[in-house]
Design a binder for this molecule. Sequence first.
Ligand SMILES: [Zn+2]
Length: 331
Amino acid sequence: MAVPFRLSRLPALSRAAVDREEGLRGDTERLRSRWSRARVLPLDSRGRAPVPYDGSSAAGTLALRPATSFGSAPPDDAIFLGTEPGSGTSRGIDYWALTGRDAADGRTVTMPGRFGVPVENVLADGELWVGLREHGALLDDAGAGLFTTALALRNWHRRTRFCAVCGGANELAKFGWVARCTACDREEYPRTDPAVICLVHDDEGVNGERVLLARQPYWPEGGYSVLAGFVEAGESLEGCVVREVAEEVGVDVRDVRYLGSQPWPFPRSIMLGFAARADAAQAVVPAAGEIADARWFTRRQVLAALDGEGELRLPGNSSIARVMLFDWAVA
Ligand SMILES: [Zn+2]
């Protein structure tokens, strides 16, 4: 008997293989003593990270640097990412990030990104500096987790330079995990904005035969995805799903159920994935200015698009939308 579909694997950016070791963030002496064996992930001024590049394809591992290449102790702006699993004692390796470290003498190369739209990478010294959104799914678990956390903190730092209460200048503490006001001592911690993303299918059987997809005005022709939106103040996740689908395409949904989540640091979201059912006889009314088009697609159309065939183009492998659509289509 058919059962409601679920996510069969972790979304790409939900993977991780490093212990965060929250307790070590305040232990400056211990972290300094381990610096000589630590590894550092550099991010450039656009938040890209280096991976080895052989001239035709980019590797699935990050090109981490020996920490000592950045000095004999952690620089003031170093972000502590965590520790090799099972190495919370004196053994093992710590992982750090340093932002704003651009490749010297790099040259820009253009490659296909989301929906096939070109993105700019930088090629320097046999390494390609890639974006998390385009490359995250190609990284191993350790690399995906390190890059995602480093980018999330980097993006938070860029938006938390001043105290939200008194307007004083913030300074970073706990190796990137606390922003402290230099005027009133107020502390702020890394912020994440919740957003729901919902696969809406029709009423046929348990999992439906058609899925409701929409495209935003600036997406390329043929590019569609499931519906998504930010959770509002004072709103539940389930309430947000119902409201967003109604606002964006005028469709009432029910049987909202949770599927899974993944961090989405562009700049600082977490995507909370849901499924819901809807009566496909309802009129689909795209919200003016927000949704360029919305329509029902069959399972066959989605399966073809996942294989790169047909007119429909789906979000990239790093998105939770892709995982949701895959698992729905094969259910
Ligand atoms: Zn303040």
